[in-house]
Unconditional design. Structure first.
Length: 364
């Protein structure tokens, strides 16, 4: 009896006495589901047109798949306790300056699959704890200088499938701990020198499916610890000397497939000592540099290249024979080898015996 009375009274109190906002904040927002004393507020696919107000008690706010259109300044000013904010598929077009003001505890911010074309400068103010930022699947064509600079703890930045055309110095100013940078599927033609200098600790860099027609040596030269580099599906015809040198001791995965790649300079792989996975398929490669070390590689894709089955291919033939016996690696030249497999290729095998004979066998 008593509790019923209290609930009724409380309802009256809110209407008559309490400040309207406070009353609203102590309840689960209309159309949403709440768990754990409002710690989790779930409003997935509810047809919301406005961002609901939640209290400081809320840690996770899931607003996925609503038609929100934009994030106004201070939209979350009452929600200072948020750790995780989900706004994928919300038809967002614009992020205003100070859109996330007050969210000093936010760690995860999901903004993927919207229509964001404009991020106003100062949009990310206060996001000092943010560690994971997902902006993939939007229409971002430009990033203003220092846009991410409040995010001194940023670790993962997802920008795949946007419309970025170039990267300029200062884009990543302040995010010195960034480790994963994903920019696949953009329209990048140029990474200006210095554009990656602020993120020298990158471990994973994805630049595949862009429009880079030359290897961005100057932009890459400060990177020290890249473990995984994806450059596939860029119209790049050559890889220059020392391309990977500054991080060659760390690089384990390198994807250079589907590029129309014709040539590696002789010293392209200088300093590369740890690579395990190398994708080279769907290119126009005839040979690999003589100085290249294949010993650490466990997985290599080689098909759809016009391999020149002359003696310079001997190290590659040996690698194929001792690793994956790939039957889809074919010679395009010389004419008498055309269409034959590189694997166990007799023309190349002869080189082997020649090499052996030319070396005095000390044990014989
Ligand atoms: C490497 O090759 C093995 C055997 O062919 C395969 O099972 C494995 O998935 C490959 N690993 C990677 C990372 O591609
Ligand atoms: C194949 O390599 C041999 C030996 O280096 C060279 O003489 C020949 O011109 C090359 N063929 C093609 C098509 O590049
Ligand atoms: C590749 O084939 C050759 C001959 O058929 C065989 O001796 C060798 O063990 C095979 N290597 C692998 C990794 O399967």
């Amino acid at each position: 009896m008593r509790s019923v009375t209290c609930t009724l009274l409380l309802g009256t109190c809110i209407l008559v006495l309490g400040p309207a906002a406070r009353g609203v904040l102590s309840q689960c927002p209309n159309l949403c589901h709440c768990h754990g004393d409002l710690q989790h507020v779930i409003c997935d696919s509810e047809g919301l047109k406005k961002i609901p107000q939640v209290s400081e008690a809320t840690r996770l706010l899931n607003l996925q798949r609503n038609n929100l259109g934009g994030i106004p300044s201070g939209a979350f000013s009452e929600s200072k306790g948020l750790v995780s904010l989900h706004m994928q598929h919300c038809q967002l077009r614009e992020i205003e300056s100070q859109a996330f003001k007050g969210l000093k505890k936010l760690v995860y911010l999901y903004l993927s699959n919207n229509k964001i074309s404009s991020i106003k400068s100062g949009a990310f103010e206060d996001l000092t704890e943010l560690t994971y930022l997902y902006l993939d699947g939007n229409q971002i064509s430009e990033l203003s200088k220092g846009i991410f600079s409040p995010m001194i703890n940023l670790f993962v930045l997802q920008l795949n499938d946007n419309r970025l055309r170039e990267l300029r110095p200062g884009t990543f100013a302040g995010t010195k701990d960034l480790r994963w940078l994903h920019m696949s599927g953009n329209e990048l033609t140029t990474l200006h020198p210095g554009s990656l200098d602020d993120v020298e600790n990158l471990a994973i860099l994805h630049l595949d499916r862009n429009k880079l027609s030359s290897y961005p040596s100057a932009a890459m030269s400060k990177l020290r610890v890249v473990e995984e580099l994806m450059l596939g599906t860029n119209p790049m015809r050559a890889i220059p000397d020392n391309a990977f040198q500054s991080f060659g001791r760390y690089m384990e995965k390198l994807h250079l497939d589907n590029m129309g790649l014709e040539k590696f300079s002789g010293g392209a792989f200088n300093g590369v000592t740890a690579v395990r996975v190398l994708h080279l398929h769907n290119n126009k490669l005839k040979s690999l540099p003589g100085a290249m070390q294949l010993g650490t590689i466990t997985n290599m894709t080689l098909f759809n290249n016009p391999w020149n089955c002359s003696c310079q291919l001997l190290p590659l033939r040996k690698w194929i024979d001792s690793h994956q016996n790939q039957t889809d690696v074919l010679c395009a030249s010389p004419p008498e080898q055309k269409g034959k497999q590189v694997r166990e290729n007799t023309a190349i095998k002869r080189c082997k015996s020649k090499v052996k004979k030319s070396k005095p066998g000390r044990r014989n």
